[in-house]
Design a protein around this ligand. Structure first.
Ligand code: KG4
Ligand code: ZN
Length: 340
């Protein structure tokens, strides 16, 4: 049996809609439409809830039409929307819109956990379904998590950040050196081909027991370096080397914590997803660590890394195939945990 689903993602500043087709073998993206207006948020220094909600309201009808159009206007069997975790008013826009779409078409509605979407991406981006057990690293602007998934409804959090998320650390450090917001990708560009070893930043939590993360010490150490050398905030070789060191420090920390999670669980499959996994330095370091330990490493690619609606449509499709649906009165849960 094959099914088609429509997924909606509005947990933060991205508005996205996707239509996919799926069967027991895996899924195939039929159409996706996505919009974000980072420049409007950048002008205000970060995500502004009121502005985000207005953008979602404005964009959803157009993006839904566009995604459906790209899919050849197929009839869908179910509609899913991110219900958490995320920004409460932003979640409510997508959730209400999704319910209305499903109700009008007399199809099932599915409240989807954004993080479960991220857990799905390394597998569904390659056309399959998640396989168990696996250890997943989710690294984005809002989350830094190590999750043990032993089955579709059996997940345990192994480690999380005690302060900033990895993407947030990239963004804050990028902003410190004048690379704008969100600056993770710009920092990576800056770090490419830079001289190594000119600066020395701490590797947060490296070698400590457990699998937790922390990035605030790194931020403070970077701030001290900048105070000593304000030229680091201007274009040039020094800033490039500084960015390379920031990337290496975050990357080393992610590798160390992930290695610890794999050792603790003894699991032989390791996945990574989320915006920061678009970073080639991070990706290669994680891959090397996994290979050295004989562990299968599965990453995502392209638009699957960053927030997207395809992952929400994919989890929805799994639910439809399994004959499950949410109640119509399901609410948004801004703090919805990925653990079950
Ligand atoms: O998964 P995502 O799109 O949204 C959230 O759920 O947060 O992740 C966005 C985050 C931002 O912090 C962004 O700076 C970071 O991912 N990011 C990167 C790169 N591309 C995106 N960080 C480092 N290097 C990159 N190439
Ligand atoms: Zn995300």
């Amino acid at each position: 049996m094959s099914v088609r689903t429509l997924g909606i993602e509005t947990s933060c500043d991205e508005t996205a809609v996707a239509v996919i087709e799926a069967d027991e073998q895996g899924c195939r993206l039929l159409g996706e439409a996505l919009a974000t207006r980072p420049e409007e948020h950048a002008a205000l220094g970060g995500i502004v809830p009121e502005l985000t909600v207005r953008q979602h309201l404005e964009l959803l009808p157009r993006l839904t039409a566009e995604a459906k159009n790209k899919s050849g206007n197929v009839k869908v069997d179910g509609v899913g929307a991110t219900a958490g975790p995320g920004l409460a008013p932003a979640l409510l826009v997508g959730l209400s819109y999704g319910k209305a779409l499903a109700w009008a078409q007399k199809k099932s509605f599915h409240a989807i956990n954004h993080l479960e979407g991220h857990l799905f991406t390394p597998f569904v981006a390659k056309g399959g379904w998640p396989k168990y057990p696996h250890v997943a690293l989710i690294v984005s602007g809002g989350h830094t998590l190590l999750v043990e998934a032993t089955g579709p409804r059996a997940r345990r959090i192994l480690g999380t950040t005690r302060d900033d998320a990895a993407g947030e650390a990239f963004d804050k450090l990028a902003r410190m050196v004048g690379l704008g917001y969100p600056g993770g990708a710009a920092l990576e560009m800056e770090a490419q081909g830079a001289d190594q070893g000119c600066f020395s930043l701490p590797r947060p939590m490296k070698g400590t027991p457990g699998c937790d993360f922390s990035f605030s010490g790194l931020k403070n150490a970077a701030r001290l370096l900048l105070e000593k050398d304000p030229a680091l905030a201007s274009p040039g070789r020094a800033r490039e080397s500084f960015c390379a060191e920031v990337q290496a420090a975050i990357s080393d920390s992610l590798v160390d914590r992930s290695a610890q999670a794999l050792k603790e669980t003894g699991i032989k499959t390791f996945t990574v997803s989320g915006g920061v996994s678009a970073n080639q330095g991070v990706l290669q370091a994680l891959q090397k660590m996994a290979e050295e330990r004989g562990i299968e490493f599965i990453s995502t690619m392209g638009g699957w890394n960053t927030d997207n609606a395809s992952m929400i449509a994919a989890v929805t499709a799994r639910r439809v195939l399994d004959g499950q649906a949410s109640d119509w009165d399901v609410d948004a849960d801004p703090r919805w945990s990925v653990a079950v």
